[in-house]
Design a protein around this ligand. Structure first.
Ligand code: B12
Length: 306
């Protein structure tokens, strides 16, 4: 699992090392395990919680009151609160340029060192938005323009996917979280958007069923009947021909009569007009998605506390 040492956590949260250590000793809200050489090892969730604590203090809360509230409740509130700040979405262009310069001819060692190094020093969610997704777009574009071989594109895409899955697989399966089914519809092979959505949902404590690319509608429907999802999320990257798009929308509208269905991605945006006539929701981008998730979690939270 990706972990951070305390000096990095101090930089990422804006809290001093002394404060972080003191809070650990007095309040125990963030108690990182130690590495064999006794360094504290903080996870992404620990960093996010420390940031949240700092924001709560800025809003006038006291650390004593937050400590009484307890880690579990704070984590739950934090998940409802998280929507990325604008600066966390801007691509890291210099890093991207350096990475692309390693691709033709491929210098695998330099590429992986640079990618791993760049991803390691910022919270993973920020790395997704600022490095991994823009890198996928760049490399895909280079192949589409005939500037790199498909083998190089596959190599980079697989590395990006491995990173997303590796971190996602470290998260506990939250069987009590809202059930989300995430996939790409039949004929859609562009997978990274769906994978990023799956990671973000799992990170917020959802119970994610990730089914990947090219899922036939009949299988989607029967799978929904089995798991009874609280939300079905589909990623449409390609813009489809009107006939094909309308046929699929009719099927999804039917499904949306039974389970809430939302679609996102470039191909979904192109269907904005047509979607108004259906029960299928459009989620324009990851910010809208995170707001939708917040609503879903808030509903779940209030139900489980009423
Ligand atoms: C990477 C890429 C590829 C990779 C795909 C790797 C993979 N396994 O996923 C490769 C090189 C393999 C590929 C292949 C093809 N591609 Co391509 N590809 C792209 C590229 C460059 C980026 C797409 C991508 O992955 N983006 C990364 C995601 C994360 O970003 P995003 O799409 O902007 O999505 C954001 C939001 O929309 C949102 N989002 C996305 N999904 C969802 C879902 C939900 C629920 C929510 C809330 C949000 C959300 O999250 C993202 C983050 O901000 C685009 C062009 C472009 N710049 O977009 C072309 C593009 C999509 N490809 C295209 C085409 C035509 C193809 C091929 C059919 C080409 C061919 N002739 O073979 C094949 C199809 C593959 C197949 N097997 O059939 C066309 C589609 C044209 C159209 N009709 O719309 C595009 C637009 C290129 C072009 N300009 O012509 N491609």
């Amino acid at each position: 699992m990706k972990t951070y040492r305390i000096h990095r956590v101090a930089k990422l949260t804006g809290l001093s090392k002394d404060v972080i250590r003191m809070w650990e000793k007095r309040y125990g809200l963030v108690k990182p395990p130690r590495s064999p050489n006794r360094y504290r090892e903080y996870t992404d969730e620990d960093v996010a919680l420390l940031r949240f604590l700092k924001e709560e203090l800025d809003r006038g809360q006291t650390i004593g009151a937050l400590a009484i509230e307890g880690r579990d409740s704070l984590l739950q509130r934090m998940r409802l609160d998280v929507v990325p700040q604008q600066h966390e979405l801007v691509p890291l262009q210099t890093v991207l340029d350096e990475l692309v310069s390693c691709l033709d001819p491929l210098d695998k060692v330099r590429f992986e060192q640079k990618l791993n190094g760049a991803v390691a020093v910022i919270p993973f969610e920020e790395a997704i938005q600022r490095i991994l997704l823009p890198l996928e777009r760049l490399v895909g574009e280079l192949w589409h323009q005939g500037k790199i071989d498909i083998a190089i594109e596959h190599y980079v895409t697989k590395l990006i996917q491995q990173k997303l899955f590796a971190v996602m697989n470290q998260l506990p399966v939250n069987e009590h979280g809202p059930r989300l089914l995430i996939a790409c519809p039949e004929g859609e092979w562009h997978e990274i958007g769906a994978q990023a959505v799956a990671y973000l949902a799992a990170m917020r404590g959802c119970h994610v069923y990730y089914l990947g690319p090219n899922l036939p509608t009949a299988s989607l429907v029967s799978f929904c009947d089995q798991i009874k999802p609280e939300l079905v999320l589909l990623s449409f990257t390609e813009v489809r021909s009107p006939d094909k798009a309308m046929q699929l929308l009719r099927e999804l509208d039917h499904l949306a009569g039974r389970w809430p269905v939302a679609i996102g991605g470039e191909g979904a945006r192109a269907l904005e007009e047509a979607l108004r006539e259906t029960r299928v929701e459009l989620l324009d981008d990851l910010i809208h998605f995170q707001r939708r998730l917040t609503r879903l979690l808030a509903e779940r939270f209030s139900i489980s506390h009423s």
